[in-house]
Design a protein around this ligand. Structure first.
Ligand code: ITT
Length: 200
């Protein structure tokens, strides 16, 4: 069985990709970064989601000699010209402080009317092989930003993004409901034909 690495410590992402690979009947053994504790995290020095996803995937493929997948994602707000974008995880200054990031964004947009609150989650998912071969695929989830957080599921900006066509926020969707329409779910599903082409 081919071992495939997903360069993340996020258990939710591993479960999501594992489910998609199983549904597609691709018999890979998918493991996360935690299976390689001695490999240091790579600095996300890219300026696009794709660049950062490729950096992470190539670093993992080079260090392990195995095919590696990595994703980079974030929230892009129209009126902010795509910000927070690649800075989504550290918008408030502290990496991974979801509450502070979301509070700062809501404060910045407090005076912006409903007609100008369009935003989308974006995800780039990269596959890198040890020989340097690379592919990147993308997924987005468009929606509108609320004025206050609602819902307890998910993470990050989920409580303030209401996906187009829904009356609830992402944080009110079940994981399966969100995966079916999410930026990451779409990008991961786009990887299936790429994996078939490059790995068989
Ligand atoms: P890795 O370990 O895989 O690098 P990460 O915690 O850096 O994961 P991401 O790159 O997936 O997280 O996402 C960066 C930020 O974008 C994340 O901290 C959230 O603020 C936001 N974000 C991305 N996807 C999201 C989603 O599905 N729901 C809510 N917020 C999301």
């Amino acid at each position: 069985m081919t071992r495939l690495i997903l360069a993340t410590r996020n258990a939710g992402k591993i479960t999501e990709l594992r489910t998609i690979l199983a549904d597609a009947d691709l018999g890979y053994d998918l493991v996360g970064t935690d299976a390689y504790p001695d490999i240091p995290d790579v600095k996300e020095t890219g300026v696009t989601f794709a660049e950062n996803a490729l950096l992470k995937a190539h670093a993992m493929a080079a260090a392990t000699g195995l095919p590696a997948i990595a994703d980079d994602s974030g929230l892009a707000v129209d009126v902010l010209h795509g910000a927070p974008g690649i800075f989504s995880a550290r918008w408030s200054g502290t990496h991974g402080d979801d509450h502070a990031n979301l509070d700062l964004l809501l404060a910045q947009l407090a005076d912006i009317g409903p007609e100008h609150r369009a935003a989308h989650f974006a995800c780039a998912a990269a596959l890198a092989l040890p020989d340097g071969t690379e592919r990147v695929v993308f997924g987005t989830m468009p929606g509108t930003l609320r004025y206050a957080p609602v819902g307890r599921n998910g993470f990050g900006y989920d409580p303030i993004l209401q996906p187009d066509g829904y009356e609830v926020t992402c944080a009110e969707l079940s994981p399966a409901e969100k995966n079916a329409i999410s930026h990451r779910g779409k990008a991961f599903r786009e990887l299936v034909p790429v994996l078939r082409e490059l790995l068989g």
